[in-house]
Ligand binder design. Structure first.
Ligand SMILES: *Cc1c(COP(=O)(O)O)cnc(C)c1O
Length: 390
């Protein structure tokens, strides 16, 4: 397996206190053991198929393609997964690993609540004890997801430090993990954090790209010209991108949130505007000042406003394998409405960032070319917020 040591060029690693080192090395050993284990792989495939509903379609967006002119646009339909997004792919994988490790208590952090809901879902499925850390501010903003998590049997604990958002929830989860590592598994929600999380989350999410690659070969008899995905922490994107890494003719584009506009400072474009630094125990591009203090980030999409980004993306950027661009709130809103009207698909506002750029890109290409856009999730969770805006 690639990046077994936890480094992607100079990025990644595990910059953590000693107590955490021990816990992470136990996790690392278990992960590398089970990911090669036939029984484990069989069980994972079973839940992907029977519970999540995989493989989901690689859908040819004919109306959108015709209206847009230019390249053929295909959508990878992660929005059709159980719970409505890609996050469940990773949650199932990590929960199965926790079971193999004999840990029956799961903890997780959540910002907008999507990862919290995915985690609470798998804990209900596997009858595991579940605690979700969530910033106090986010608990107020995301009451619907808090309600769901509670119905699914999770305890939701408020993080009351700092700005009372995602970063503070992660800090609390890490603290809990160190203290209770005997029986506790920290189920992290994106391709970030100290080693082995970025590698592990990528492996569980790479089913997206594996399927897409097989599906496009079957439908078109060739690989796409471009693959496009939105980048928050970077898990849906790396899940799509990684299986195409060696296909050098396939161009890879990650789309970061430009918020109110890069020039306003109100954004979360970690690769575009960040500096190299350490956040949550790993090295990446992140939005922080020269002293390493995290600065506030903003996006209309709650799932994208994280100050750091997965180390594999930082490496793809610096090595030139992928390009990273950004899309503003208002461009994402336009793409949201466009997909609703042309295809009858209500996308998540996070995914709408990828759609916006993918559609623009396709416009400038010829009719023979192919663009795959990852539709990371459905927009049901966003309609209340968007109702007030649109
Ligand atoms: C959480 C979320 C994202 C962002 O997370 P990544 O780790 O960058 O994939 C994107 N889309 C949807 C629908 C999400 O719920």
């Amino acid at each position: 397996m690639k990046n077994r040591d936890g480094y992607f060029g100079e990025f990644g690693g595990a910059y953590v206190p000693e107590e955490l080192e021990k816990v992470l090395s136990e996790l690392e050993n278990a992960f590398f053991k089970y990911i090669e284990d036939e029984d484990f792989k069989k069980e994972l495939r079973y839940y992907y198929r029977e519970y999540i509903g995989r493989p989901n379609p690689l859908y040819f967006a004919k109306n959108l393609t015709e209206e847009n002119g230019g390249a053929k646009i295909y959508l990878k339909r992660e929005d059709l997964n159980h719970t409505g997004a890609h996050k469940i792919n990773n949650a199932i994988g990590q929960a199965l690993l926790a079971k193999r490790m004999g840990k029956n208590r799961i903890i997780a952090e959540t910002g907008a609540g999507q990862h919290g809901v995915a985690t609470a879902t798998v804990c209900a499925l596997f009858n595991m004890d579940c605690t979700i850390y969530m910033g106090e501010t986010d608990i107020e903003r995301q009451s619907l997801n808090v309600f769901k998590m509670k119905q699914l049997g999770a305890k939701v604990v408020a993080a009351t430090n700092g700005r009372k958002t995602l970063k503070d929830a992660v800090d609390m989860a890490l603290e809990d993990f160190v203290k209770n590592s005997e029986d506790t598994f920290y189920l992290l929600g994106s391709a970030v954090g100290p080693h082995p999380y970025p590698v592990m989350v990528r492996e569980f999410q790479s089913i997206i790209g594996q399927e897409a690659r097989e599906q496009i070969l079957k439908k078109e008899g060739r690989l796409p010209d471009y693959i496009v995905a939105c980048v928050g922490g970077g898990s849906n994107a790396i899940g799509l991108f990684n299986p195409f890494y060696d296909d050098k003719d396939v161009k890879i584009v990650g789309v970061e949130p430009a918020g109110l506009g890069i020039e306003t400072g109100e954004h979360a474009a970690s690769i575009g505007k960040g500096i190299k630094g350490i956040i949550h125990g790993f090295k990446c591009y992140s939005i922080q000042d020269e002293d390493g203090k995290d600065l506030p980030v903003y996006s209309i999409a709650a799932g994208l406003d994280y100050p750091g980004v997965g180390p594999e993306h930082c490496f793809y950027n610096d090595s030139g394998r992928a390009d990273y661009v950004s899309v503003t709130d208002s461009q994402a809103l336009e793409a949201f409405q466009l997909l609703c009207k042309t295809e009858g698909i209500i996308p998540a506002i996070e995914s709408s960032h990828a759609i916006s750029h993918g559609v623009e890109l396709a416009k400038g290409l010829s009719k023979e070319q192919i663009v795959i856009i990852n539709l990371s999730g459905r927009g049901d969770k966003d309609v209340r917020q968007l109702m007030d805006i649109l």
